[in-house]
Design a protein around this ligand. Structure first.
Ligand code: ADP
Ligand code: MG
Length: 625
């Protein structure tokens, strides 16, 4: 047999390598910003067009490249940052693989202008799909500008795979934040489609955080400082009361490199134990400095995961340090009358290991139990009760005609609604009331999670959270698409403070939100003022709802109108729905069931999970055989 193995041509190898390094425009942003940092820039400008799909350009005032280096920088495994394998364990730069520029040049149109300090004339290089098109001398300032145009122009499949501009921009901003947070002494600017998105002067770490996340952030920060032989920790954690339902600002940097680590996250989260309700996440900006010899960055191609030699020690130290800082901040006089005295740590405890602070947390918090603050606020169930009478067919009408269905269709689907035959079928008025008089209660709650109702043919087990999501989802979707706002006017408008970019996100969906009943009287800069909210929500849930919405949108907001509405309704329903763990009285259980079966699709949740299941008598009987 003849030999069949061939070496791939370089441009093909580069394209394949590019798949690892460049997933989306944000990957290009990350690589170019990091190169500028490695080049010791003091000022960096990022220009983006069409969420980076048309242009990503980074200009720095760093050391620049010589004519030869400029050309070499686009070769694979060409790097000025390491020379031998040992250097891998003593890294002081962001880059070291020498792959980024080669990968980017394989899948885009790239233009490079660069000049070093000592030279009068710089160089201007153009490359398309790994091919050098031109290289000419050019009069340019010291430093480097790299423009990456038409990303994935030669890989249409990858280009089509990119998400909406909102999502891709979000990813770019995330990368920009990470690099900017790690290097506060460097000035950063970001321009998107011609407008200034960020303008961050050289400053310190606290200032940088505030400049990025908004002026109100300052008062939320608790400083964290600790130095031991193996680890230096600096930075800030957010006071427990600013925890978010969604994972918001959570940043770890190790030797100025942003990393993800669920292990370290756990260390921080556990330091907050007892200070936050379940399901609320702490925010933090933590900078860890360790000996470069004690970590391995090489395990992940995009370098956001690293391996520590002494993970356990780092975990323990991080946890203790954060706990200590949280305890310390609380001795400072704050206007917090509900503060638990046991939470205070005297100053002289300074060097002792801190005791876990504790705050009373109401684990049975039930938003529906809250008393309305204003006469016109309706709670979900209250509203359900009033609005569904007459308008919506309730429990009873559900099985009017059910007889015929059961007689004519012999379906074997275990959760088919047509099989449901209710125990007290003969009752004509309200099923539950009549039944209660005889048996006390017809439904009951299991683990504050399920509502269980006996049927003639077995037991129906309803997932309370998923059921309520379904109810709210249908209602919200109707409001958004039919555009009928049902709003409750607030006596005192809600003043909320979000980061500038989050306010922009909310501004984008303002119209849809107004259809659900929100009335925004201001929506600019970092400020949101709300003078009306949907009737189906309580005021105290608004902040969480908006935070969750922004989070979901950052994750994925489809471009098209219908699916956008759908996503909004889903996401609002998810954050408004009664949660697992909330106890419901029998009346509330009853209303939940009535409302659920007035829905168009009661069997599945908006996220496509089953809402209830039926355990047939037959199945129960089998257990006793
Ligand atoms: P790496 O950063 O891993 O070395 P890259 O492909 O990102 O690999 O860059 C290759 C080389 O090009 C770098 O090692 C550096 O010498 C040079 N280079 C890239 N960007 C810049 C820049 N903005 N300023 C100066 N030199 C740069
Ligand atoms: Mg690099």
């Amino acid at each position: 047999m003849t030999d069949i193995i061939q070496l791939l041509p370089d441009h093909v190898a580069n394209q394949i390598a590019a798949g690892e390094v460049v997933q989306r425009p944000a990957s290009v942003v990350k690589e170019l910003l990091e190169n500028a940092i490695d080049a010791k820039a003091t000022s960096i400008t990022l220009v983006v067009k069409d969420a980076g799909k048309t242009l990503v350009q980074v200009t720095d005032d760093g050391v620049g490249m010589s004519v030869t280096d400029a050309r070499l920088s686009f070769e694979r495994h060409a790097t000025s940052k390491i020379k031998s394998a040992e250097d891998l364990f003593n890294l002081h730069t962001k880059g070291f693989r020498g792959e980024a520029l080669a990968s980017i040049a394989a899948i885009a149109h790239v233009e490079l202008k660069t000049k070093t300090e000592g030279n009068d004339i710089g160089t201007h290089l153009t490359i398309e799909g790994s091919k050098v098109i031109s290289q000419d001398p050019a009069v340019v300032p010291k430093g480097t500008t790299i423009a990456v145009k038409n990303l994935f122009y030669n890989i249409p499949a990858r280009r089509n795979f990119l998400k909406s501009n909102t999502v891709e921009t979000r990813h770019i901003i995330d990368e920009f934040h990470r690099v900017a947070l790690a290097h506060p002494s460097v000035a950063f600017q970001m321009i998107h489609n011609g407008s200034d998105v960020f303008n961050l002067p050289a400053s310190n770490s606290r200032q940088r955080i505030v400049n990025i996340f908004g002026s109100k952030t300052n008062e939320k920060l608790v400083p964290v400082n600790e130095e031991t032989e193996i680890l230096k920790i600096n930075g800030f954690v957010l006071k427990p009361e600013y925890g978010k339902k969604s994972r918001g600002e959570q940043f770890f940097f190790v030797n100025d490199r942003f990393i993800r680590s669920s292990y370290l996250h756990h260390a921080v989260a556990s330091a907050y134990e007892g200070l936050m309700k379940n399901g609320v996440h702490p925010g933090y900006f933590l900078f860890l400095d360790v000996d470069p010899h004690s970590i391995d960055i090489n395990i992940h191609p995009t370098k956001t995961e690293i391996k520590f030699d002494d993970e356990h020690a780092i975990y323990a130290m991080l946890r203790a340090t954060v706990k200590h800082s949280l305890g310390q901040f609380n001795i400072a006089p704050v206007l917090d009358f509900e503060r638990d005295k046991g939470f205070d740590t005297p100053y002289e405890y300074g060097k002792k290991s801190p005791k876990a602070p504790s705050i009373e947390v109401d684990r049975d918090f039930n938003p529906f139990k809250e008393k309305p603050k204003q006469g016109n606020i309706n709670f979900p169930f209250e509203r359900a009760r009033t609005s569904s009478v007459g308008a919506n067919p309730s429990w009873e009408s559900l099985y009017v005609g059910l007889h015929d269905e059961i007689e004519t269709t012999e379906t074997s689907d275990p959760v088919s609604i047509h099989q449901i035959e209710f125990e007290s079928e003969e009752v004509t008025g309200n099923l539950f009331e009549n039944d209660k008089s005889e048996t006390g209660q017809v439904t009951f709650q299991l683990q504050n999670k399920y509502v269980v109702s006996p049927l003639k043919t077995g037991l129906m087990v309803i997932h309370q959270n998923l059921a309520h999501q379904r109810i709210l989802y249908e209602e919200l979707l109707k409001n958004i698409t039919v555009k009928e706002a049902v709003s409750q006017q607030l006596l005192f408008p809600l003043q909320l403070n979000f980061s500038k970019s989050d306010v922009e996100i909310i501004a984008k969906i303002r119209e849809q939100l107004e259809h659900t009943g929100f009335v925004f009287s201001e929506l600019k800069g970092e400020n949101i003022e709300i003078s009306g909210i949907p009737v189906m929500i309580v005021e105290s849930l608004v902040v969480n709802l908006l935070q969750q919405l922004v989070y979901n949108i950052k994750e994925d907001l489809p471009d098209s109108g219908f699916s956008q509405n759908d996503m909004l309704a889903k996401s609002m329903a998810a954050s408004m729905a009664i949660k697992t763990g909330v106890s419901l009285n029998s009346e509330e259980q009853e209303h939940l069931i009535n409302q659920l079966f007035a829905c168009k699709e009661p069997t599945v949740s908006p996220g496509n999970k089953p809402v209830f299941t039926i355990i047939n008598l037959g199945e129960i009987d089998k257990k006793f055989m």
